[in-house]
Design a protein around this ligand. Structure first.
Ligand SMILES: C[C@H]1O[C@H](OP(=O)(O)OP(=O)(O)OC[C@H]2O[C@@H](n3cnc4c(=O)[nH]c(N)nc43)[C@H](O)[C@@H]2O)[C@@H](O)[C@@H](O)C1=O
Length: 316
């Protein structure tokens, strides 16, 4: 069996590759000329890397024709919410055009494959207090250009399923983290600041944004297992929440991370970290996915946070 991972050198892509290799799957992955390879350095002998610009239809058609995958995990995206305010068109173009190019290549070449689409809980956006835990049937009220790009990705997945029979499965994944998480994202950012303070590379002050937001975190290693099950047991054309079913304020996350360190650290708000609009609460109900696939998260949040901090401590 052959699987293609778009964005294989990224955070989730590298974990997905490790998971698939353990399953004995032949792994293809896309990189761009400026991709950093540090997350997949240890896998280079075992995977096929293809340089591909997903925004370029010719590049994508060549990729799909050469790889002829049975499974596609479409993980490549501009995924940082604040960047989507600074460059909204780029986020929408990157995330939406890239996916359409994949769908068009599959359709034109007549490739028979299943496609997992990494959609997002950000699509829910504004959530009323009486709407948690969030089910797939909740209203979509997106609050960022990134969220809009994910709504478009998801509905395109549905439309290509209905119009052309493409075997798409959409996963609305809530926040996820773990070793290799990009340093912009909150858990990694805080963990890296703590590790830098411990190493004496930074003054003992941790800079933070909105600590009142509530988020539902799942370990990335549970998430890639969910993506595999989404294609193995999920129903094509359907959308599933992937979540832990528990949420914490960002303040609680901060204090959890701080409790793993012996150094004395002062907390300071950095106004540049506040957003034009922030999703107040994301707390997911994953029962639809559980009923279909049997999946449930296995790695406790505390373990994820300790592993993340250890990851940053081990970085040069
Ligand atoms: C599901 C969804 O999950 C992620 O989107 P996100 O929730 O925006 O993730 P984040 O880690 O940037 O922020 C989480 C919360 O934490 C608050 N926050 C406080 N202080 C800082 C801070 O210093 N840095 C950051 N980044 N956030 C901070 C921030 O305001 C927000 O309320 C992406 O994977 C996205 O791709 C995705 O799909």
């Amino acid at each position: 069996m052959k699987a293609l991972i778009t964005g294989i050198s990224g955070f989730v892509g590298s974990h997905m590759a490790e998971f698939l290799l353990q399953k004995g799957v032949e792994v293809y992955g896309t990189i761009r000329h400026r991709s950093r390879m540090n997350h997949i350095q240890h896998l280079l002998d075992d995977i096929h890397l293809v340089e591909c610009e997903l925004r370029d239809p010719f590049s994508v058609e060549t990729l799909i024709e050469d790889a002829k995958p049975d499974l596609i995990f479409h993980l490549a995206a501009q995924s940082f919410v604040p960047t989507s305010w600074n460059s909204p068109i780029d986020t929408i173009h990157n995330n939406v055009a890239g996916e359409v190019n994949i769908f068009e290549a599959i359709r034109r070449l007549g490739i028979d494959c299943k496609i997992q689409l990494a959609c997002s809980s950000e699509e829910y956006g504004h959530v009323n207090p009486d709407e948690v835990p969030i089910k797939e049937t909740n209203p979509i009220r997106p609050l960022s250009p990134y969220a809009i790009s994910k709504v478009a990705q998801e509905y395109l997945g549905y439309q290509y399923f209905k119009s052309y029979g493409l075997k798409t499965v959409m996963t609305r994944t809530f926040n996820h983290t773990g070793p290799r998480r990009g340093e912009n994202f909150v858990t990694s950012n805080f963990a890296k600041q703590i590790a830098d303070i411990e190493k004496g590379k930074k003054d003992p002050v941790i800079h933070v944004g909105n600590l009142q937001a509530k988020r539902d975190f799942t370990d990335v290693r549970d998430v890639v297992r969910a993506y595999w099950l989404a294609l193995e047991k999920g129903v094509v054309g359907e959308t599933y929440n992937i979540a832990s079913g528990t949420c914490y304020t960002i303040e609680e996350v901060l204090h959890k991370l701080l409790s793993y360190s012996k150094v004395q650290i002062t907390v300071e708000e950095d106004p540049a970290r506040l957003r034009p609009s922030d999703v107040e609460i994301l707390l997911g109900d994953y029962s639809k996915f559980h009923q279909q696939t049997g999946w449930k998260p296995e790695i406790p949040f505390e373990q994820t946070m300790e592993d993340l901090l250890q990851y940053w401590r081990s970085q040069p």
